[in-house]
Design a protein around this ligand. Structure first.
Ligand code: SER
Length: 876
């Protein structure tokens, strides 16, 4: 009997009654969805029963029923640091009923009341409903339809519920239970333990979009959530949820293993609660496929696990205990959550590994932290430097939050910015250095000794069930790797294509029961050895483990397109250029292809067009592509093209594109040429003497390129105010016009210069009977100066011309002397050399024409003025 005078009932009974009650109200009992949300990538973990309902509420998907109920596994990280006290937890179950555009407030509230009072036997007088202050409808239902006295119904401003910044939301009505005066607290909503919120009825009336705009839903929905642990606590009459049968088995096991009694010493009680909550949650997380690691959900799992392990050590649990606690959890909940049974072996294995691996460094890490704490305190500092926090993370496997917690216990803070910087620095260094290269000589020896060799399945399959044959780290073979480490993996059989014959290697995932490796490179150091390289993203992996190897199929499809297109291009090229065009290398990637071939000359544009047409025509015919393994002689008899520089054994793989092309090739190809999609050549260029290169795109990459070109053409058309088809004609017309204008400008310049020279002649003065023209003029180049001088000399017939100009900011001087005056002894070079001193420069030339440039523009007038004097100095 509880304090509330309710007969004790088991959590299993309560669960069963909840489902029965809502089934009696026409609800479909839907299974709990996974803790890893499938339909919402923005959410780390499932935190409420309504999460799987969101697409139904928004009308994006059709619900299996309009009325549903569930008992959802939930994991919330918000209170993770609070766990250990009486009420906070990470993992919990949520009972919920949902209406997808069916019933609304009246039914929902009446049923909540009926279930709590009649089915659960909670006395009505301890129930205190709250409503949103503006929700008169809900208030009325409580007061008038259900008959709760006014004094027990209150309005709470924060009675509004929404899963995140975006999504369905609306006012809610929360039901509190008054647990009596032995608990602290005064009113519902004050967060004290006396008034315990047990059930939340949310009336989904709105949706908030990315921009924060709230719009009403076409028809409202209902989402209710009742914390199962709380309900069980009320009905079983304990003080905290740890006093219920949901935890008794787990806590009993912890007591048994440690010899420590729960609820005696506050410190060890806190540790026991942390172990119980965290290991129950961890068991369910692994049951849903989460593996420990350093990011996202994997990090959450690692964090709770390592914290539980540390608290286990604090209460004297020295051996591997986590798996024993998990076993209790699996036995208790495996019936309702069959995934726990399905993954039982995996759960236990992961826990054992994580505990063993962390235990190795836990003690030394704690010692290190203690020394550090003493040093810091002695030096009067209260912050642990980021570098040290990183060292604890990197060397001792202390999740950041664990260090933060330990620091807090010592009254210290940690430098989170410094930690992030140290972490980033390590990322950059490990990315920039190919740590595998260092030992590359020894690697060939390692590769040679690996047995068994690899069977390649990638022609038929993108997935395989394989076994891990070898793991090779930067320093050589290892037995085991864990999250965060870079590794090379050899499998007994693989669907991953190893880079060869110009075709890039596959990428994808290798997943085992306990770990996940993201593969970003596959090579083939020997014909029968495939080496996959990647980073362990989650968990751990050991030699001998069974593994699923999964190739990135979308990327592979791109590669297949480009490879078959390369064969088509090769053939088309030989058809157009002639058989002397030999392949000299190629690259077949997922987004492009490159083909090198022998040719002395550039390929004319018209030939390139023909080649592209032939390839696209073959694609359009959707010709089947077949591969056969055949004796070399037969392949050659069929006219197969053997790739340049490759060696073939007796048996070869012949890739035939019907009658069109036959090539010996080990690569992966499309089934029919139609799969290639459009083929576009993007360039034809020279790579070396006698070697040309064609680059091309297929499929989506080709479409994107064409669309990009179209966008540019449209843009040009808009600028030129013509349709895109007319752009070339319009540009031609503009170029013609600009040529006409240039000619016109030249003509006018000539005219202008003529007029100018006339002017200057007028200004000629006589010195010793010699006509001298001196002028400072404006020209754009020295050439302009020369042209003007030529013209003046013709008109002047006899005399000396001195012209000066500033060209590009520098003074320029030109002296021209007519032939008769040269004959009389006047030399342009002499004049220039004397005048040039004014412009601080140098010059010289022939007797008829001399030029000088200087550094002092200010002296230009003086230089010109000096000319008459120099001429007068000639004693003729
Ligand atoms: N979504 C609400 C909650 O989580 C009711 O289910 O409290």
């Amino acid at each position: 009997m509880s304090e509330l005078n309710i007969p004790w009932q088991s959590s299993a009974d309560i669960r069963r009654k909840f489902v029965e009650f809502f089934e009696s109200k026409g609800h479909l009992h839907v299974p709990s969805s996974s803790l890893v949300p499938h339909n919402d990538r923005t959410v780390l973990l499932t935190t409420a029963g309504m999460q799987q309902m969101i697409p139904y509420f928004l009308g994006l998907e059709t619900a299996p029923a309009e009325r549903m109920c569930s008992i959802q596994k939930c994991f919330r990280t918000v209170d993770i640091d609070e766990v250990g006290d009486e009420s906070h937890s990470t993992f919990f179950f949520m009972l919920g009923n949902f209406s997808v555009r069916d019933y609304f407030k009246a039914e929902s509230l009446v049923w909540s009341w009926e279930f709590l009072t009649e089915w659960m036997g909670i006395p009505p007088e301890v129930l205190y409903p709250t409503v949103h202050p503006e929700d008169e409808e809900a208030r009325n239902i409580w007061l008038n339809s259900i008959g709760v006295p006014e004094a027990r119904v209150s309005g709470l401003d924060d009675n509004w519920w929404q899963a995140g910044p975006v999504g369905p939301n609306g006012p809610d009505s929360e039901i509190y239970v008054n647990r009596g005066p032995s608990f602290e607290g005064d009113v519902p909503g004050d967060d004290g333990p006396r008034f315990l919120e047990v059930w939340n009825n949310v009336f989904m009336q709105y949706n908030t979009d990315q921009d924060g705009v709230r719009t009403p839903l076409a028809k409202p929905c209902v989402d209710t959530g009742m914390g199962f642990e709380r309900l069980v606590l009320l009905l079983q009459g304990g003080r905290t949820m740890y006093d219920t049968d949901l935890y008794s088995g787990i806590i009993g096991k912890i007591q048994e293993l440690s010899g420590v009694t729960y609820d005696v010493d506050p410190q060890s009680t806190r540790s026991i609660r942390i172990i119980a909550d965290h290991l129950r949650g961890a068991t369910f997380l692994i049951g849903d496929g989460v593996l420990p690691g350093n990011e996202g959900r994997s990090y959450v799992l690692r964090r709770v696990l390592r914290k539980a392990i540390r608290h286990g050590r604090l209460i004297g649990l020295t051996g591997p205990f986590a798996e024993q606690i998990a076993q209790v959890v699996i036995d208790q909940f495996g019936g309702d959550y069959p995934e726990l049974r399905d993954r039982e072996a995996q759960i236990l294995k992961v826990l054992r590994y994580e505990e063993t691996s962390f235990s190795k460094t836990l003690t030394s890490g704690v010692n290190r932290l203690q020394t550090l704490t003493a040093e810091l305190k002695a030096s009067g500092t209260t912050e642990i430097p980021g570098e040290e926090v990183f060292r604890l993370y990197d060397t001792f496997g202390f999740p950041y939050d664990l260090t933060a917690e330990l620091a807090q216990e010592e009254g210290l803070t940690i430098d989170s910015v410094g930690f992030t910087t140290a972490m980033e620095r390590q990322r950059v260094t490990s990315r920039s250095a190919d740590r595998f290269k260092a030992a590359s000589n020894e690697r060939s020896g390692i590769y040679a000794s690996i047995q068994p060799r690899t069977e390649f399945l990638g022609y038929e399959h993108l997935r395989s069930e394989s076994t891990i044959v070898a793991l090779i780290g930067p320093d050589g073979p290892v037995e085991q790797v864990e999250a965060g480490q870079e590794i090379e993996v050899v499998l007994d059989r693989t669907p991953f294509y190893g880079e060869s014959g110009g075709q890039v290697g596959d990428t994808g995932d290798i997943r085992t029961e306990t770990g996940l490796i993201n593969i970003d490179e596959t090579r083939k150091p020997a014909p029968d050895l495939f080496v996959h390289r990647g980073i362990v993203a989650e968990g751990f992996i050991a030699v001998g483990d069974s593994a699923h190897a999964i190739v990135d199929g979308i990327r592979r499809q791109g590669i297949r397109r480009n490879h078959t297109a390369t064969h088509l291009l090769h053939k088309a090229l030989r058809m157009v250029i002639g058989p002397e065009a030999h392949q000299a290398g190629s690259l077949v990637a997922e987004d492009r292809l490159r083909f090198d071939f022998t040719s002395l000359d550039a390929i004319p544009a018209s030939d390139m067009r023909t080649i592209a047409e032939i390839v696209n025509r073959e694609i359009g015919s959707d010709t089947p592509v077949t591969t056969t393994v055949t004796p070399y002689k037969e392949a050659v008899a069929k006219g197969a093209m053997a790739l340049f520089g490759e060696k073939y054994g007796d048996v070869v793989r012949l890739v035939e594109i019907d009658e069109f092309s036959q090539e010996l090739c080990g690569g992966t190809h499309v089934g029919r040429t139609g799969e290639i999609g459009p083929f576009v050549i993007t360039s034809e260029s020279s790579v070396a003497a006698g070697t040309r290169r064609i680059e091309a795109l297929t499929g989506n990459a080709a479409i994107e390129r064409m669309l990009g070109q179209q966008r540019v053409l449209d843009e040009l058309g808009r600028e030129l105010k013509v349709s895109w088809v007319e752009v070339p004609t319009q540009i031609q017309a503009m170029q013609d016009r600009s040529r006409t204008l240039e000619r016109e400008i030249d003509r006018l310049r000539g005219q202008l210069a003529g007029a100018k020279s006339e002017d200057l002649l007028q200004q000629a003065i006589e010195v010793n009977g010699i006509r001298v023209v001196t002028s400072r003029v404006e020209v754009e180049s020295k050439d302009g100066l020369r042209q003007l001088a030529d013209r003046l000399r013709d008109s002047l017939q006899s005399g000396v011309i001195a012209l000066g100009a500033i060209v590009d900011g520098k003074p320029s001087l030109l002296i021209a002397v007519t032939a008769d005056q040269v004959a009389a002894g006047i030399k342009a070079g002499d004049i220039v050399r004397q005048a040039v001193v004014h412009i601080d420069g140098r010059g010289g030339g022939r007797p008829e024409l001399a030029e000088a440039g200087g550094k002092n523009p200010e002296g230009l007038d003086a230089a010109l003025e000096a000319v008459s004097g120099i001429v007068s100095g000639y004693a003729l």
